[in-house]
Design a protein around this ligand. Structure first.
Ligand SMILES: NC(=O)c1ccc[n+]([C@@H]2O[C@H](COP(=O)([O-])OP(=O)(O)OC[C@H]3O[C@@H](n4cnc5c(N)ncnc54)[C@H](O)[C@@H]3O)[C@@H](O)[C@H]2O)c1
Length: 314
């Protein structure tokens, strides 16, 4: 794979995409362009000096058409999206515009301008309530949120384009990813709340919801492995830490790491579209690409909390 290849990363000012850019640069790919409309841009984001950044909305086909024509991208990492599930229910039109229309535009332009490969950030939210856990890639797909539906559309369209237009497409179904630079989602919210008030904590839901946490460097490694291995063509992979953790356990681990013992209460009611158990089997990506998560939750929490402290965020 030529290290001078022109690479487009959509959503490059976001949490996972910004780490992905760092990983690509670390691996010697430094001819990268990022586009982002800053809609959900990461508050803790910092630019990589080897990447160019442009403000753009992936719903704007005309703009993208000119960009693709001029830039002649070899590879595309498509991660731009509304990544916020409750927001997708509140503003379905924004979710549709970024996740469905935006993905449609990117896929069409990849075909039109002969992009060699596209990797797409999908999500565990496309499974819906589990019929069994851990969910493997063959589990039925019955998303409960607008977000899950628009992401499922992106996956299905990518797979159809692989067959119809011979586009090399790979989808990565990401489970809860966490780590430095994160500025949203449950783990970050808990850390922030606990560091602001170490005596009391109110947790959304029952605390029994189960999640499967993947440390950021493991998630971006999975993208990189899929990028560099031709076997990934036309495939969808789960990427998670491969371990079940309840919110209660997560809170306990964060408290241990922060060395605090607060009084904890639960609201019992969670947000609409929340899933009780979101845990994934990573057997397929292990067998097919040799992926193995390297950072367990204890180590990942330690690294994240150290980073938040170092950057005066907690
Ligand atoms: N964080 C997770 O645990 C997780 C889990 C499952 C899937 N994902 C997927 O991974 C990707 C990255 O997630 P993240 O957590 O880093 O989210 P993020 O919000 O930090 O990053 C997404 C970026 O996309 C940009 N964006 C949104 N709409 C856009 C548009 N119309 N045009 C251009 N840019 C646009 C945002 O401004 C943001 O910077 C997303 O596709 C998300 O759906 C993330």
């Amino acid at each position: 794979m030529n290290k001078k290849s022109r690479i487009l990363v959509t959503g490059g000012c976001g949490f996972i995409p910004s780490h992905l850019i760092d990983k690509l640069v670390e691996e010697g790919f430094n001819n990268i362009l990022s586009i982002d409309n800053l809609m959900g841009a990461n508050a803790n984001f910092s630019k990589n000096e080897h990447c160019e950044y442009q403000y753009a909305d992936i719903a704007n086909y005309k703009f993208l058409d000119t960009l693709f024509e001029e830039e002649k991208f070899d590879y595309v990492f498509h991660l731009a999206a509304n990544a916020n599930v409750p927001y997708s229910s509140k503003f379905p039109e924004v979710d549709f515009s970024s996740n469905a229309l935006g993905t449609f535009n990117i896929l069409n332009l990849c075909v039109k301008y002969n992009v060699k490969k596209i990797l797409f950030a999908s999500t565990a939210a496309i499974y819906g309530e589990p019929a069994y856990t851990p969910m493997d890639e063959k589990h039925e797909l019955l998303p409960r949120s607008n977000y899950g539906v628009t992401k499922l559309y992106g996956e299905k369209l990518g797979l159809a384009y692989e067959k119809t237009y011979d586009l090399d497409f790979t989808g990565i179904r990401i489970f809860n990813t966490y780590g430095p630079r994160q500025s949203r989602y449950v783990l970050y919210d808990l850390i922030r709340k606990l560091s602001a008030n170490n005596k009391q904590l109110e947790v959304l839901g029952t605390g029994e919801q189960i999640r499967d946490y993947s440390y950021i460097s493991d998630t971006v490694n999975a993208f990189f492995m899929a990028f560099t291995n031709p076997k990934s063509r036309g495939k969808i992979y789960n990427v998670s830490g491969g371990k079940q953790t309840s919110i209660k356990e997560l809170v306990a681990k964060i408290c241990e790491e922060l060395n605090i013992d607060p009084e904890i209460s639960y609201t019992n009611q969670s947000w609409k579209g929340d899933i009780s158990n979101m845990t994934g089997s990573i057997d397929f990506i292990k067998q097919d690409l040799g992926f193995e998560p390297k950072i367990d939750l204890k180590k990942g929490l330690k690294l994240s909390i150290e980073w938040f402290k170092h950057n005066n965020l907690i």
